[in-house]
Ligand binder design. Structure first.
Ligand code: NDP
Length: 284
């Protein structure tokens, strides 16, 4: 039986649920069962001090790979043998894959996001507004640029994080970029094609938290995407739908990054509908 691990230190902070109900585990193992794979995907808490030994354990025990979340996404890099293109550009890894006797770091967060956009819009030449400049935003902005978006307007509350991401994007990818400090309700400019909430505003239990955004500037036909997986129908998703926008919830990104991870580890193309159903059951 093959195994894939999921290193999380702050699982309850990430998803507000105990380890035994970890949504990613439920989603990945539902796909394994559906496709008749006798694999497991186990959630294991690893402290920052234990990370080096945990990766040694992965090597020693022949695991096929693992996912990792904050606080391991950057620190894990020093323990790996190489990085895929996106992970190298972002300097963050959320998915490790064994290739031969090497452990290679990939980043599937932004790729999962871009996959979830594809049924609704073609990305080349599009103008995007991205709210937030944390890890999710970094992954999304890099992949949008690699997918051919023409312009990104990036907004962040704290200048430090916002300017750091803006600098990374200017230096490493080809995309028109404007960085704006986010101090009041943002008015989405005319001609914007895609609006992305990449902040943690609206994540359970703060489900009624309001994003500083003038929703009257969301226009019919715009694509509005929210990264929040729990709850999937966030206040932004509901507001955008009511204004005639096409919406993508955070489950789409989560499912698609899981699909890409399973493809990396097992070589099969899993059925995303089975995976989404498993997540919906966990999130009620
Ligand atoms: P980070 O902590 O790295 O970044 C959080 C971002 O949210 C920062 O830009 C922060 O701004 C901003 N923010 C938080 N609260 C506020 C507020 N009240 N007003 C304005 N800005 C705010 O987190 P991640 O980027 O890793 O994750 C962000 C969200 O994305 C999480 O909710 C996570 O669940 C979700 N996510 C979803 C995935 C999926 O597959 N659906 C995958 C990965 C993440 P500042 O810098 O000013 O603090």
């Amino acid at each position: 039986m093959s195994k894939v691990l999921n290193f999380k230190q702050e699982l309850t902070a990430c998803f507000g649920q105990p380890v035994s109900e970890n949504p990613t585990q439920a989603m990945i193992e539902a796909a394994y069962r559906h496709h008749g794979l006798a694999w497991r995907y186990l959630t294991i808490e690893v402290s920052p001090e234990g990370l080096a030994d945990a990766v040694k354990g992965v090597r020693a025990m022949g695991f096929r790979g693992f996912n990792c979340t904050i606080p391991h996404k950057v620190e894990v890099i020093q323990h790996l043998d190489g990085l895929g293109e996106s992970a190298s550009l972002m300097e963050a890894v959320n998915c490790v894959v064994r290739r031969g006797d090497k452990l290679i770091g990939e980043n599937t967060d932004g790729k999962g996001f871009v996959e979830s956009l594809k049924p609704l819009i073609t990305i080349p030449g599009k103008k995007v507004v991205v709210l937030g400049a944390g890890g999710a935003s970094r992954a999304i902005c890099v992949e949008l640029a690699l997918a051919g978006a023409s312009h990104i307007t990036l907004l962040n509350r704290s200048a430090n994080r916002g300017e750091t991401l803006a600098k990374l994007l200017r230096e490493r990818v080809k995309v028109g970029l404007a960085y704006e400090s986010w101090t009041s309700d943002y008015k989405v400019p005319e001609g914007t094609d895609i609006v992305v909430n990449a902040t943690s505003i609206g994540l359970f239990p703060d489900v009624d938290a309001r994003i500083p955004l003038d929703v009257s500037t969301l226009k019919p036909g715009m694509v509005v995407a929210d990264v929040i997986p729990n709850p999937p129908r966030t206040r932004l998703v509901r507001d955008a739908e009511a204004r005639g926008c096409k919406v993508i919830d955070g489950l789409g990104m989560l499912v698609n990054q899981g699909v890409i991870g399973i493809r990396h580890w097992t070589g099969i193309d899993p059925d995303p509908t089975v995976m989404r159903k498993a997540l919906e059951e966990v999130f009620g």
